[in-house]
Design a protein around this ligand. Structure first.
Ligand code: B12
Ligand code: SF4
Length: 479
């Protein structure tokens, strides 16, 4: 059986969308290949985006897609639909496959959109036959290897979304891969990996040299009310063993000459002993590359030894999801479960180890008052952070926040505003006007940069703060 995995094209407001290789797609490809299926990948979003009336199109015209499909001659098209922008692109790819190959070709979608919006993927994409929710390596491989399943059998396929007598059925997603070491490494050899490596999509100063991404663990132990990551990866943190992770780092260095690595985990250091072993092995094996943790790192059990090992192993900065400097807002409202003391301790460990820390902040959480905001600013200004970034709350479907706001009648179930880069509020909590919220953004950033100016200047001089650009600071202060 021949499978062609395709990334859904998308429309995006900006010319420079952040792009990296899709680890999910590469994991799926590697797993299907291991099961004996013939797999190829086509990513139409990789070229120069095309200017359109309302932004930029990251994709290719129909003719180009048709030529690729005819050359590949697949039996199944598997489409990665990672966000709301890629919905029409998902239908476009499936429709193109059905019209230029055969109307019987099987089209399957997976990724963030079906994981979050479930049955809507089939309701909105008539050319899609099936979709899978969440982590799908094993579920998809089992499904394809099972051959022709009878309609009754479909009900037992984990996380499957399908049509039955014109009705859309959504099976629960129950199974998550317990032992991630069983998975093959992402099939980077099936794509033009150099093109991704040289994309120059930067995250916190890395990405300027040949760059790859890695996931050393999946999911996270926290249950933030604004997060829906667990719909994809479940609620339990699942680590890969240090040996398995080191094997992938060795491959990245020896085969691909990687220089920068994004450790994309949601919680790299949840098990500090595992993280220490990984760092110690990078050092012992003299694997030389720079890395960072753009999606945050667990602060709960952080200690100086781990911070020091990370630094020695090539880590150049870390991000910490602080969200709010008010413990009450962070824990009672947002449900994060991390104390100010744990944050301060971790940031101090990193600082002592010479690792700059970026605090990730969230503004406009419903229930946060002006007093909470002032408390938040005071705490943030007291920490030895090197940078903060702030986003406005976006109530994603599938989050406890979204359900609460729907229940309270504050948003409708159809709430689906365009998702941008979080720099413009898409949701206003009751009682807070847009201009007040935007003022808070400016007050937070200005306050931070003014109170940390000495430290930032020192880090710029020491060359540790390549993520802080003159343009960035001017934009923040001028906005
Ligand atoms: C790495 C990452 C990125 C990277 C790369 C994304 C990429 N190309 O894969 C970058 C930095 C570019 C990025 C950007 C964005 N991201 Co992001 N990202 C992540 C992160 C941390 C990990 C993704 C990952 O690699 N997971 C590991 C792999 C194994 O899982 P996966 O990719 O989901 O793939 C699995 C399934 O989805 C499925 N699957 C995938 N493809 C297919 C295909 C078929 C046919 C099938 C059946 C199944 C299937 O099986 C895969 C294997 O298990 C997740 C959080 C998380 N932990 O998931 C957020 C996350 C997905 N991102 C998110 C967001 C919001 C964004 C942005 C919109 C941010 C912004 N405002 O710009 C952009 C959108 C970019 C885009 N064009 O899609 C949100 C999505 C929330 C939502 N929409 O409801 C998440 C959940 C983070 C969060 N907690 O809020 N992101
Ligand atoms: S810590 Fe991050 S990944 Fe974990 S639940 Fe909270 S927002 Fe989601």
């Amino acid at each position: 059986m021949k499978i062609l995995l395709v990334t859904a094209p998308y429309q995006y407001p900006h010319q420079k969308a952040l792009r990296t290789e899709s680890l999910g797609q590469l994991y799926i490809a590697a797993t299907l290949r291991e099961r004996g299926l013939e797999v190829s990948i086509y990513d139409p979003t990789m070229g120069q985006p095309l200017k359109t009336a309302d932004g930029y199109y990251y994709g290719v015209p129909f003719d180009k897609l048709a030529t690729i499909f005819q050359a590949a001659g697949p039996d199944v098209i598997g489409i990665t639909c990672n966000n709301v922008y890629s919905l029409s692109g998902t239908e476009f790819v499936a429709r193109a496959a059905k019209s230029c190959l055969s109307k019987n070709i099987m089209t399957i979608a997976g990724g963030v959109y079906p994981s979050v919006y479930k049955g809507r993927i089939l309701a909105e994409c008539p050319s899609i036959d099936y979709a899978f929710q969440g982590e799908s390596e094993t579920a998809l491989a089992d499904f394809l290897c099972a051959g022709n399943l009878r309609p009754g059998d479909l009900l037992s396929v984990d996380g499957l979304i399908f049509r039955s007598n014109d009705e859309i059925k959504v099976n629960d997603k129950r199974h998550f891969i317990h032992d991630l070491d069983q998975l093959p490494y992402p099939a980077r050899d099936l794509v033009n990996i150099r093109a991704y490596m040289n994309m120059k999509s930067t995250l916190y100063g890395l990405g300027t040299k040949p760059t790859l991404s890695i996931l050393t663990s999946r999911s996270c132990p926290n249950q933030c009310r604004f997060c829906n990551m667990w719909l994809i990866h479940g609620k339990t943190w699942r680590p890969r063993s240090p040996q398995n992770v080191i094997g992938e780092f060795e491959l990245m260095v020896n085969k691909y000459d990687v220089q920068h690595v994004f450790v994309m985990d949601d919680s790299f250091s949840h098990d500090p002993e595992r993280a220490k072993t990984i760092c110690a092995e990078i050092i012992r094996k003299r694997l030389r590359f720079k890395w960072n943790t753009p999606h945050g790192i667990s602060v709960r059990k952080m200690d100086f030894e781990l911070a020091g090992l990370m630094k020695k192993a090539g880590c150049i900065n870390v991000c910490v999801g602080i969200e709010s400097g008010s413990e009450w807002v962070r824990n009672e409202l947002m449900g994060k479960g991390i104390s100010n003391q744990e944050i301060a301790h971790a940031v101090t460990c990193f600082k002592k180890a010479g690792l700059p820390v970026c605090g990730l902040m969230l503004l406009g959480y419903p229930g946060e008052t002006e007093d909470h905001f002032k408390e938040s600013v005071a705490f943030i200004n007291s920490l030895p952070l090197s940078l903060i970034t702030a986003s406005f709350v976006f109530p994603f479907p599938g989050t406890r926040l979204y359900d609460q706001l729907c229940e309270e009648g504050i948003i409708a179930h159809s709430f689906n505003p365009p998702l941008d880069d979080y720099l413009e509020p898409v949701f206003l909590p009751p009682g807070l006007q847009r201009n007040r919220l935007k003022q808070r953004y400016q007050r937070l950033l200005k306050g931070f940069y003014l109170s940390h100016i000495g430290q930032i200047a020192k880090e710029v001089i020491l060359g540790r703060a390549k993520w802080i650009t003159g343009k960035g600071i001017r934009r923040l202060l001028g906005s």
